[in-house]
Design a protein around this ligand. Structure first.
Ligand SMILES: [Cu+2]
Length: 165
Protein backbone atom coordinates (compact mmCIF):
# COMPACT_ATOMS: atom_id res chain seq x y z
CA UNK A 1 0.00 0.00 0.00
CA UNK A 2 1.31 3.43 -0.89
CA UNK A 3 0.40 6.49 1.12
CA UNK A 4 1.05 9.93 -0.21
CA UNK A 5 -0.31 13.07 1.30
CA UNK A 6 -0.34 16.39 -0.43
CA UNK A 7 -1.03 19.77 1.10
CA UNK A 8 -2.35 22.78 -0.67
CA UNK A 9 0.44 24.91 -2.09
CA UNK A 10 -1.74 27.96 -1.49
CA UNK A 11 -1.76 27.61 2.28
CA UNK A 12 0.15 30.17 4.30
CA UNK A 13 3.29 28.92 6.00
CA UNK A 14 1.60 28.84 9.41
CA UNK A 15 -0.95 26.36 8.13
CA UNK A 16 1.72 24.21 6.57
CA UNK A 17 3.40 24.11 9.95
CA UNK A 18 0.17 22.83 11.49
CA UNK A 19 -0.21 20.33 8.70
CA UNK A 20 3.26 19.07 9.46
CA UNK A 21 2.03 18.51 13.00
CA UNK A 22 -0.70 16.28 11.61
CA UNK A 23 1.87 14.22 9.78
CA UNK A 24 3.64 13.87 13.10
CA UNK A 25 0.48 12.58 14.72
CA UNK A 26 -0.58 15.69 16.63
CA UNK A 27 -4.15 16.89 16.65
CA UNK A 28 -5.06 19.66 14.28
CA UNK A 29 -8.04 21.25 12.67
CA UNK A 30 -8.39 23.97 10.11
CA UNK A 31 -11.24 25.09 7.93
CA UNK A 32 -8.92 26.23 5.16
CA UNK A 33 -6.99 23.01 4.84
CA UNK A 34 -7.53 20.22 2.37
CA UNK A 35 -5.91 16.88 2.91
CA UNK A 36 -6.26 14.14 0.37
CA UNK A 37 -4.82 10.71 0.61
CA UNK A 38 -4.59 8.10 -2.14
CA UNK A 39 -4.61 4.41 -1.46
CA UNK A 40 -4.37 1.27 -3.55
CA UNK A 41 -4.03 3.05 -6.87
CA UNK A 42 -3.33 0.92 -9.93
CA UNK A 43 -3.52 1.09 -13.69
CA UNK A 44 -4.80 -1.75 -15.83
CA UNK A 45 -2.12 -3.00 -18.18
CA UNK A 46 -2.85 -2.49 -21.86
CA UNK A 47 -3.28 -5.17 -24.46
CA UNK A 48 -0.92 -4.72 -27.43
CA UNK A 49 -1.93 -1.81 -29.63
CA UNK A 50 -4.41 -0.32 -27.16
CA UNK A 51 -4.32 3.45 -26.66
CA UNK A 52 -6.76 3.65 -23.76
CA UNK A 53 -6.87 2.15 -20.29
CA UNK A 54 -8.23 2.95 -16.85
CA UNK A 55 -6.77 3.77 -13.47
CA UNK A 56 -8.33 2.89 -10.12
CA UNK A 57 -7.85 3.62 -6.45
CA UNK A 58 -9.38 5.44 -3.49
CA UNK A 59 -8.93 9.09 -2.74
CA UNK A 60 -9.75 9.91 0.86
CA UNK A 61 -10.66 13.34 2.19
CA UNK A 62 -8.92 13.69 5.55
CA UNK A 63 -9.94 17.31 5.96
CA UNK A 64 -12.92 18.91 7.67
CA UNK A 65 -14.61 20.23 4.54
CA UNK A 66 -15.98 18.77 1.38
CA UNK A 67 -13.35 18.70 -1.34
CA UNK A 68 -14.34 19.03 -4.98
CA UNK A 69 -12.13 17.16 -7.40
CA UNK A 70 -12.10 18.97 -10.73
CA UNK A 71 -9.33 17.26 -12.68
CA UNK A 72 -7.11 14.23 -12.83
CA UNK A 73 -3.77 13.90 -14.58
CA UNK A 74 -1.35 11.12 -15.37
CA UNK A 75 2.14 10.75 -16.76
CA UNK A 76 0.72 8.26 -19.26
CA UNK A 77 -1.36 9.30 -22.25
CA UNK A 78 -2.41 12.70 -23.50
CA UNK A 79 -5.43 13.07 -21.22
CA UNK A 80 -7.02 11.69 -18.07
CA UNK A 81 -10.76 11.93 -17.41
CA UNK A 82 -13.00 10.91 -14.54
CA UNK A 83 -15.73 8.59 -15.79
CA UNK A 84 -18.73 6.91 -14.27
CA UNK A 85 -20.58 3.88 -15.61
CA UNK A 86 -24.32 4.46 -15.91
CA UNK A 87 -27.21 2.24 -16.90
CA UNK A 88 -28.86 3.10 -20.22
CA UNK A 89 -31.68 0.58 -20.67
CA UNK A 90 -29.92 -2.79 -20.88
CA UNK A 91 -26.65 -1.14 -21.74
CA UNK A 92 -24.06 0.30 -19.47
CA UNK A 93 -22.16 3.24 -20.76
CA UNK A 94 -19.55 5.66 -19.62
CA UNK A 95 -20.26 9.24 -18.72
CA UNK A 96 -17.61 11.83 -18.11
CA UNK A 97 -17.59 13.49 -14.68
CA UNK A 98 -16.47 17.11 -14.66
CA UNK A 99 -16.23 17.26 -10.89
CA UNK A 100 -16.82 15.02 -7.91
CA UNK A 101 -17.34 16.05 -4.29
CA UNK A 102 -15.75 14.11 -1.45
CA UNK A 103 -17.33 14.66 1.97
CA UNK A 104 -15.04 14.87 5.02
CA UNK A 105 -13.91 11.41 6.04
CA UNK A 106 -15.23 9.90 2.82
CA UNK A 107 -13.37 8.41 -0.11
CA UNK A 108 -13.85 8.79 -3.82
CA UNK A 109 -13.50 5.23 -5.05
CA UNK A 110 -12.44 4.43 -8.60
CA UNK A 111 -12.98 0.73 -9.29
CA UNK A 112 -13.63 -1.66 -12.19
CA UNK A 113 -17.27 -1.50 -13.28
CA UNK A 114 -17.82 1.85 -11.58
CA UNK A 115 -16.18 5.21 -11.46
CA UNK A 116 -12.76 5.11 -13.05
CA UNK A 117 -10.05 7.33 -14.39
CA UNK A 118 -9.78 6.96 -18.13
CA UNK A 119 -6.30 7.38 -19.58
CA UNK A 120 -6.51 8.38 -23.23
CA UNK A 121 -4.08 8.83 -26.09
CA UNK A 122 -1.46 6.35 -24.91
CA UNK A 123 1.23 5.82 -27.54
CA UNK A 124 3.91 4.31 -25.34
CA UNK A 125 2.10 1.87 -23.07
CA UNK A 126 3.79 1.35 -19.70
CA UNK A 127 4.85 -2.24 -19.08
CA UNK A 128 3.33 -4.34 -16.36
CA UNK A 129 5.18 -3.80 -13.11
CA UNK A 130 5.99 -0.18 -13.91
CA UNK A 131 4.53 2.76 -12.00
CA UNK A 132 2.49 5.59 -13.44
CA UNK A 133 1.99 8.91 -11.65
CA UNK A 134 -1.62 9.78 -10.97
CA UNK A 135 -2.76 13.14 -9.61
CA UNK A 136 -6.09 14.61 -8.55
CA UNK A 137 -6.65 18.35 -8.47
CA UNK A 138 -9.24 20.08 -6.28
CA UNK A 139 -11.18 23.25 -7.01
CA UNK A 140 -9.13 24.94 -4.25
CA UNK A 141 -5.89 24.03 -6.00
CA UNK A 142 -4.81 21.10 -3.86
CA UNK A 143 -3.00 18.45 -5.87
CA UNK A 144 -2.76 14.90 -4.54
CA UNK A 145 -0.51 12.49 -6.38
CA UNK A 146 0.38 8.84 -6.06
CA UNK A 147 2.30 6.18 -7.95
CA UNK A 148 0.03 3.57 -9.48
CA UNK A 149 1.52 0.22 -10.48
CA UNK A 150 0.55 -1.16 -13.87
CA UNK A 151 -1.03 -4.58 -13.39
CA UNK A 152 -3.52 -6.88 -15.08
CA UNK A 153 -5.93 -6.80 -12.17
CA UNK A 154 -6.34 -5.07 -8.83
CA UNK A 155 -3.41 -5.81 -6.54
CA UNK A 156 -4.50 -8.53 -4.12
CA UNK A 157 -7.29 -9.79 -6.39
CA UNK A 158 -7.05 -13.42 -7.40
CA UNK A 159 -10.03 -13.89 -9.70
CA UNK A 160 -9.93 -12.07 -13.01
CA UNK A 161 -12.99 -9.88 -13.36
CA UNK A 162 -13.12 -9.70 -17.13
CA UNK A 163 -11.89 -6.79 -19.12
CA UNK A 164 -13.20 -3.48 -17.94
CA UNK A 165 -11.42 -0.32 -18.68
CU1 LIG B 1 -14.16 5.30 -19.21
Amino acid sequence: MRHYMTLSPKLPAAFRGCATAVLMGLSFSSLADEMLHWRDAWVRSLPPGAAVTAAYGSLMNHGNDTVTIVNVTSTTGTEAQMHDVIADGDQRKMARLNSVDIAPGESLVFEPGGRHIMLLGITDAPEEGRDVALCALSAMGTEACTRAPVTRQAPGETEPHGHHH
